[in-house]
Design a protein around this ligand. Structure first.
Ligand code: NAD
Length: 538
């Protein structure tokens, strides 16, 4: 029962470890990278706490060296999804009735294990499988730990939210888990999100089917093993590598679908939402649909801005993790008076940033995730080279002979509706529309209406009142808005994350607001001495 209201304190964020050259931490990480590079891990399904090997095998390659196979995985079929649903439903009652502090202790223990003895193992698997340098991987790992720890504290705050007492009665809010299983469909780009899409519903007493992204199987499998080591009971999370549509269709067809917790592209989420709509008559309850999707995130520069600060933010937000953060900056509006200095600053930084594989820690821009992504971005760059409205002013090179490398690229356009100003590319490509300093309001309207997304955005300027006005005019353009900061780098507990419009349901990961989506509340009133005289009461 959720009968204890003692809360856990709000945690400190996990400190980001400095893997500086020559440190013991870096030596241990390098040894782990070497160890993992030499093996091919066999990844099974995990259903009801047991490994299931289907024999239908796929392979996982390293994006920085795509001939290098790092894992082989078993693919789930429809029958396996049905087994996983049965396991999740079987585990549902006992898990939902487990004291929430016991549930929290399992999340907290998983956090300790990941921050401690498995840190290098999980970092190395994220680096090899998801193409992150050690800095990007370490911030992903710390965020993973933060989600686990903060969720325990947020849950305590939720359970403590109770109605006011009154004489002669007791009023209680019972925070029940959803009546069904949650389908967690997770993206390639953040292992922290992959874990959290399961563990925030799990914290609130739900059980899940986990459909990981094929390019994140290695780290996700290790994380699943940590959950079990931390004491997660069988059937609470059921791990299902395999084809998205096979797993998605079978799960959505179940009458017991309680919710979907999704992060990925808008088109995949739209498809899932449509399938739920088609099945709506069959469900026991209306499934909760929570999705964080794509973005076309922007920096809007006011003429009062510091050009070097803008260049730094644009460089970091556009090219960090090769532009594959959902919050990555991919369009910028820059006044003519500042553009030369801003471009100079971006080019200087591009000149300093090395492109290459993750084994060499001097490389800060690594390969993009897979061939399909590479081909899409390379085609867009080639399109720009032939177009009249846009020109490449930095970068423009790409090479997939060894790994899927796209060099940091800046496009300048005179057309605010240029293809790369509107479509999400998900690579290290920034498009800049240079506007006339006197056309601020018109340019703000363009920024407001150009993209269907609404995820992150920022304004740069030293004129604070102008920034305030811009912030107000761009109110619905971004669920996470920054003043004089880059568009990336939201931190759990500080900037709850999510966007609206085509970017998702804005249910703010890293906050209590997200956890509230995974409960269905029952209000219970108890009268201490029931009245027997009806007069004056009806
Ligand atoms: P994706 O949509 O290709 O895949 C996401 C997940 O959906 C994967 O696990 C995939 O296997 C699965 N999937 C695909 N088809 C499916 C189907 N028919 N049924 C069920 N599952 C299916 O996205 P991705 O390439 O992994 O991630 C990149 C996208 O994610 C970008 O658009 C990015 O902006 C977005 N993203 C958003 C946020 C956010 O917080 N808003 C965070 C990270 C990533």
């Amino acid at each position: 029962m959720n009968n204890s209201i003692a809360t856990f304190p709000v945690p400190q964020n996990e400190p980001v470890k400095n893997y500086a050259p020559g440190t013991q931490a870096l030596k241990e990480l390098d040894a782990e990278l070497k160890r993992q590079s030499k093996q091919i891990v066999e990844i099974p399904l995990i259903i009801d706490g047991r490994e299931v090997k289907t024999g239908d095998i796929g392979k996982v390659v390293e994006p920085n060296d795509h001939k290098h196979v790092i894992a082989k995985y078993h693919k789930a079929g429809e029958k396996d999804v049905k087994m996983a649903i049965a396991a999740a439903m079987k585990a549902h009652e006992a898990w939902g009735e487990t004291d929430w502090r016991v549930r929290a202790s399992i999340l907290l223990k998983a956090g300790e294990l990941i921050a401690g003895k498995y840190r290098e193992k999980i970092n190395a698997s994220i680096m090899l499988g998801q193409s992150k340098d050690i800095f990007q991987s370490e911030i992903d790992l710390c965020e993973l730990v933060d989600f686990l720890r903060y969720n325990a504290a947020f849950a305590g705050q939720i359970y403590a939210m109770q109605p006011k007492p009154d004489a002669g009665m007791i009023n209680t809010l019972e925070y029940r888990p959803l009546e069904g299983f949650v389908l967690a469909v997770t993206p390639f780009n953040f292992s922290s999100i992959d874990s959290n899409l399961n563990m925030s519903p799990v914290m609130m007493g739900n059980t899940t089917l986990w459909k990981p992204s094929s390019t994140a199987y290695l780290s996700n499998y290790y994380i699943m093993q940590v959950f079990m080591e931390a004491g997660l009971p069988a059937g609470v999370v059921n791990f299902l590598p395999g084809k998205g549509s096979v797993i998605g269709n079978a799960a959505v067809a179940s009458k017991d679908l309680g919710g979907i917790h999704f992060t990925g592209s808008s088109s995949t989420f739209n498809g899932l939402w449509k399938s739920v709509g088609m099945n709506i008559d069959h469900y026991k309850t209306f499934p909760r649909l929570v999705g964080e999707t794509g973005g076309k995130d922007f920096i809007f520069v006011h003429k009062s801005a510091d050009a070097d600060a803008v260049a730094n933010a644009a460089f970091c937000a556009s090219f960090g993790y090769a532009g594959q953060k959902c919050s990555a900056c991919s369009r910028m509006y820059c006044p003519k008076s500042l553009w030369d200095s801003v471009l100079k600053g971006i080019k200087k930084r591009i000149g300093e940033a090395k492109v290459g594989g993750i084994m060499d820690h001097n490389n800060v821009v690594n390969a993009v995730i897979d061939e399909a992504s590479f081909d899409k971005i390379a085609a867009a760059i080639e399109f720009v080279k032939k177009s009249k409205d846009g020109k490449i002013v930095a970068g423009g090179k790409h090479d997939k002979s060894v790994g899927y490398f796209i060099y940091p690229t800046v496009i300048e356009t005179s057309n605010p509706h240029f293809k790369t100003m509107e479509e999400e590319l998900f690579g290290p490509v920034l498009t800049v529309y240079v506007y006339d300093d006197n056309k601020l309001d018109k340019t703000l309207e363009l920024c407001e209406s150009t993209s269907p997304y609404g995820l992150t955005g920022s304004v740069f300027g030293n004129d604070r009142l102008a920034c305030e006005d811009i912030c107000r005019k761009l109110r619905y353009c971004a669920g996470n808005f920054y003043i004089n900061d880059k568009t990336t780098g939201a931190v759990v507990g500080y900037q709850p994350f999510g966007g609206s419009r085509a970017s998702g349901t804005n249910d703010k990961a890293g906050s209590m607001l997200n956890l509230l989506r995974w409960v269905t509340v029952r209000a219970i009133k108890e009268v201490l001495v029931p009245p027997t005289n009806w007069k004056g009461t009806i």
